[in-house]
Design a protein around this ligand. Structure first.
Ligand SMILES: Cc1cc2nc3c(=O)[nH]c(=O)nc-3n(C[C@H](O)[C@H](O)[C@H](O)COP(=O)(O)OP(=O)(O)OC[C@H]3O[C@@H](n4cnc5c(N)ncnc54)[C@H](O)[C@@H]3O)c2cc1C
Length: 569
């Protein structure tokens, strides 16, 4: 697609939830889902949490004056500057629980005054110049799927102008190098467009976050994202060979080389900068030949603890299957409750037989741990991955659920975010948080954080349901990804969520985890950054910001903020 072509994603996306208008999570053929949710959360089934319609939402009037609008129109073209309500609303915040709770009620504290869509690096640089002259804050915006407040504007000072810089017109694959296996790509490209172009030429990037369909390359790099195949392909920061960043004081371009000893690693310092230094425009990515074979299967491990041991042994045996995702027993139970009922009689009989066999072997979907295994590569590589993974699982006495269970997970792997909207409609608090630590500390951290979340939820008088999976594996450790649910405490929804956030961040830092393995810092984690990197570490980040952005116009408040940004109404 040429820059600017096609419908803008904001026109077809829900402003109040996940994905495209009209698409929802199908619960009709999942007969166990609501009985399960009602039981674990103590719901009566009559809870409802209504949302406003678009025309009921009143945004603060745009403060952009005629002169600024004309100046920006001159840079990017008339149709690429907007002060329309829907566009300003969609660019007001990301897709975290806090965001959705507020936007559904029309609480939009900080809408941008103007949304601008550049189509080239030159335009980005000129827009930054224009914003500097006006002291306007610039908030780079990719897909807007941040869950940590990364795209929510904060003025530099009360009443300051806010400019959302939507990067999605910069969406071209500029070059591919089949010799070095690299591709030069503009940063506003959406996941599916990038992967399609690479696939057409016989390649893949191997980066599939759950938000893949609606997030961009620039957003992934700015937030240090991780995809569902990271155990083989790495996190996004491992996929970047070189990049270009336009800051208010100039351009930084790192060299397209595989490695370098020329001083500290500048590229890695810019990766994860969440728009506070400048705008990522062009990136050289490491790509891979499209695999000959991709296969998935499911297994049950007796419990989470033995499963963690199996994962560690697989990684330390030197194989890297793309996906090894181990759910604890609460997540396994939830997964089972959300299974579709087989349409045909043969399918139902097969399921019953499977359940019977499972029970005979002493496994149960109530207490065991589900392991999804994804293998990928050449036929020989997949055979090697399969041999080692299955051998380690067999040694631990795992029950093989077969290919069907794995393929079903793979098919539906981008569906779960739609369920969140259904749960929010029914008055359920549902959110996720994540961290990472060493293998030695993994089980300790898992238990401590789980307890902290449960206690925080229970302290408000409702039943917690906390589940977790281990994914994104390394030789030395892994990430823990929690999903927590509870009945919303009416009128105190934000406070309820905030208690969980405070307790979990504190607990993670006290118990040897990182504040975030892949969601980033944004506004939400900024208050704990000193705990993560220390005072000097924070000063160093501030010093770099002062050099690149002395007026502080780039995405104020993110990463370096000092007080918790609760964004309460
Ligand atoms: C349902 C759901 C599932 C998710 N699953 C995952 C997952 O599996 N893995 C994962 O890592 N994350 C996940 N996320 C979080 C989010 O999708 C990621 O952080 C993603 O990387 C954000 O990409 P984006 O294009 O939407 O960026 P945005 O949300 O638009 O921006 C994120 C940050 O990057 C900055 N930014 C964006 N573009 C640029 C640019 N070109 N230059 C400089 N700064 C820029 C923004 O200012 C902001 O600070 C999920 C979120 C949701 C809502």
């Amino acid at each position: 697609m040429d820059p600017g072509e096609g419908t803008r994603s904001v026109d077809r996306l829900k402003w109040w939830g996940w994905g495209e208008e009209g698409k929802s999570y199908p619960l009709d053929d999942r007969p166990n889902a609501w009985p399960f949710l009602n039981q674990i959360l103590g719901l009566s089934g009559s809870e409802r949490s209504p949302r406003l319609t678009l025309d009921q939402i009143k945004l603060r009037k745009s403060r952009a004056d005629e002169r600024l609008i004309i100046e920006l129109q001159r840079i990017v073209g008339k149709e690429n500057v907007s002060t329309e309500t829907r566009e300003r609303l969609v660019h007001s915040m990301g897709k975290g629980y806090q965001d959705l709770i507020r936007v559904r009620r029309g609480i939009v504290q900080s809408p941008p005054d103007i949304v601008v869509y550049p189509a080239s690096e030159g335009q980005v640089a000129t827009i930054l110049e224009c914003a500097s002259q006006r002291d306007a804050s610039v908030i780079p915006f990719g897909g807007g799927t941040s869950v940590v407040g990364g795209v929510e504007a904060r003025p530099r000072e009360e009443g300051g102008l806010l400019l959302s810089l939507d990067m999605t017109r910069m969406n071209r694959v500029l070059a591919m190098d089949p010799v070095s296996l690299t591709a030069k790509v503009e940063s506003g490209i959406m996941g599916p467009d990038l992967e399609e172009k690479l696939n057409q030429a016989g390649y893949t990037l191997g980066h599939f976050p759950e938000s893949f369909e609606y997030s961009t390359l620039g957003g992934w790099i700015a937030a240090r994202a991780a995809g569902q195949k990271s155990t083989r392909y790495g996190k996004i920061e491992h996929m970047v060979e070189g990049l270009r960043l336009i800051s208010p004081t100039g351009t930084i371009a790192t060299r397209d080389v595989p490695a370098s000893a020329a001083g500290p690693n500048l590229k890695q310092f810019l990766i994860g900068s969440e728009g506070i230094f400048g705008v990522l425009t062009e990136v050289t990515l490491r790509i891979h030949r499209y695999p000959d074979r991709i296969e998935h299967r499911g297994l049950l491990l007796r419990d989470f603890s033995s499963g963690i041991g199996v994962l560690r042994e697989i990684l330390q045996a030197g194989v890297n299957p793309p996906t090894l995702r181990l759910s604890d027993s609460p997540e396994t139970r939830a997964y089972a409750a959300l299974l579709r009922r087989p349409r045909k009689m043969t399918g139902r009989l097969k399921t019953r037989l499977g359940m019977w066999l499972m029970k005979r072997r002493g496994f149960s979907l109530q207490s065991s741990s589900l392991l999804i295994v994804g293998l990928e590569g050449s036929e020989a590589q997949v055979a090697e991955q399969r041999r080692i993974v299955l051998a380690k699982c067999r040694e631990a006495g795992a029950f093989n659920l077969g290919r069907g269970a794995g393929e079903a997970w793979y098919r539906d792997r981008f569906e779960l975010p739609y369920l969140r909207d259904v749960l929010l409609d029914r008055g359920v608090m549902v959110d996720t948080l994540e961290t990472a630590t060493t293998w030695r500390n993994l089980e300790n951290l898992y238990l401590r954080v789980k307890e902290a979340i449960e206690e925080a939820i229970a302290s408000m008088g409702v039943k917690p349901y906390v589940m977790c999976h281990v994914s994104h594996l390394y030789k030395d450790g892994a990430s823990l990804y929690y999903t927590f649910l509870a009945k919303q405490v009416e009128g105190r929804e934000m406070e309820q969520w905030r208690e969980v956030k405070k307790a979990s961040c504190q607990c993670i830092l006290e118990n040897g985890g990182t504040l975030s393995h892949h969601h980033g810092v944004g506004l939400e984690h900024a208050a704990w950054m000193e705990g993560e990197v220390g005072r000097k570490g924070k000063e160093l980040i501030s010093a770099v910001k002062s050099t690149l952005d002395p007026r502080g116009i780039m995405n104020p408040g993110k990463i370096l903020g000092t007080t918790p940004e609760w964004r309460d109404p």
